[in-house]
Structures are given as structure tokens and as C-alpha cells.
Design a protein. Structure first.
Length: 174
């Protein structure tokens, strides 16, 4: 069974079991209140952390740098927000962990390192059509095997290219 499908089955069941256990300990209304309070607190912390990450990204762009870490942190913050809005204590715990800057930065750094290895390695061994790696942009080898001639086109009959493209007929035969 695929891992995402398994997660969508196991996590809700685990959340329900934990909520029932907590409800037995502190009561049903207190458990419901706990879930609602964690959602509100989480969203407020998410808003503050999101503005902080956006400010750091703007500072890096102003300095001429790419805000790669900040972009990944922003994605992790969005994921944390989704987890905090999902009712349950397990998802709230994971969401709050992603809201703490040290955990989020460490995870974002790891994701960037793994992602760069994936893309720089050219996705080899994944059954991809890109198994040869990426060569970059610019002039490459001529695949037709012929010579490449660089030059300019000069229109000697005086017709403008615009007239020819717009379909206007000047009465001349081609």
C-alpha cells in the first residue's frame, strides 16, 4: 500500500484514539477546548513566523541573494498551518514543532540538500527520461550534423515584413 494512502488511514485513526484517551482523562469539553485553543494559538504563531520569514526573504533579495531557505521555510509554515487547522493532538504537535525556528530551519536545510542532490544528479536511476542529467542552457551541439551559419536577412524588394505577415497584397506576384 502506498505510503501517502497509508498515512491518510493511520493518522486519523491514531488521532481519534488519542482524543478519546485525552477525553477520558480531562473530559470531552476540555478536550474540545484544547483542540480549538491549539488551532487559534497555532494560527497566531504561524502569522508571526510567516511575517518573519517574509521579511528575511525580502532582505536576502535586496542583498542580491536567492532566498532558497526562506522559500522552503515558507512551504513548511504553510504545511504547519494545515496541520494546526486539522483537529487532533498529533497533527497539532507536528505543526507546533514546524513553527519553532530551529526545527524548521534544520528541516528546510535538509530538504534543500536532498533536493539539490536530486536535481544536480540528473534524476539518474529513477526511470526518468532525464537520466543523462541536465547540461544547462546555451548553444549546444548541432543535432542535424550540418553547419550552422550566422547571418542577417536583408529584404531587397522593399516590402516590410509587417505587410507580408498581415496579409496585405501590394499586387506583386511572388
Amino acid at each position: 500500500m502506498p505510503l501517502p494512502l497509508l498515512a491518510f488511514i493511520i493518522i486519523p485513526i491514531a488521532e481519534l484514539l488519542l482524543l478519546f484517551e485525552v477525553a477520558d482523562l480531562i473530559g470531552g469539553l476540555a478536550t474540545l477546548g484544547l483542540v480549538i485553543v491549539t488551532a487559534f494559538v497555532g494560527i497566531n504563531v504561524l502569522r508571526i513566523q510567516g511575517f518573519s520569514t517574509l521579511t528575511r526573504a525580502n532582505q536576502r533579495m535586496a542583498g542580491g541573494e536567492l532566498p532558497g531557505l526562506e522559500i522552503v521555510e515558507g512551504l513548511l509554515l504553510a504545511f504547519a498551518g494545515a496541520l494546526l487547522l486539522t483537529p487532533g493532538l498529533i497533527t497539532d504537535t507536528i505543526g507546533f514543532a514546524l513553527l519553532t525556528p530551529p526545527v524548521r530551519r534544520r528541516l528546510a536545510g535538509r530538504m534543500i540538500r536532498n533536493g539539490s542532490r536530486f536535481f544536480v544528479g540528473g534524476m539518474r536511476g529513477q526511470g526518468s527520461t532525464f537520466s543523462g542529467g541536465f547540461t544547462g542552457f546555451g548553444a549546444g551541439p548541432n543535432r542535424a550534423g550540418g553547419d550552422t551559419i550566422d547571418g542577417e536577412i536583408v529584404d531587397r524588394d522593399g516590402d516590410s515584413p509587417h505587410d507580408k505577415l498581415s496579409g496585405e497584397d501590394d499586387g506583386k506576384q511572388p
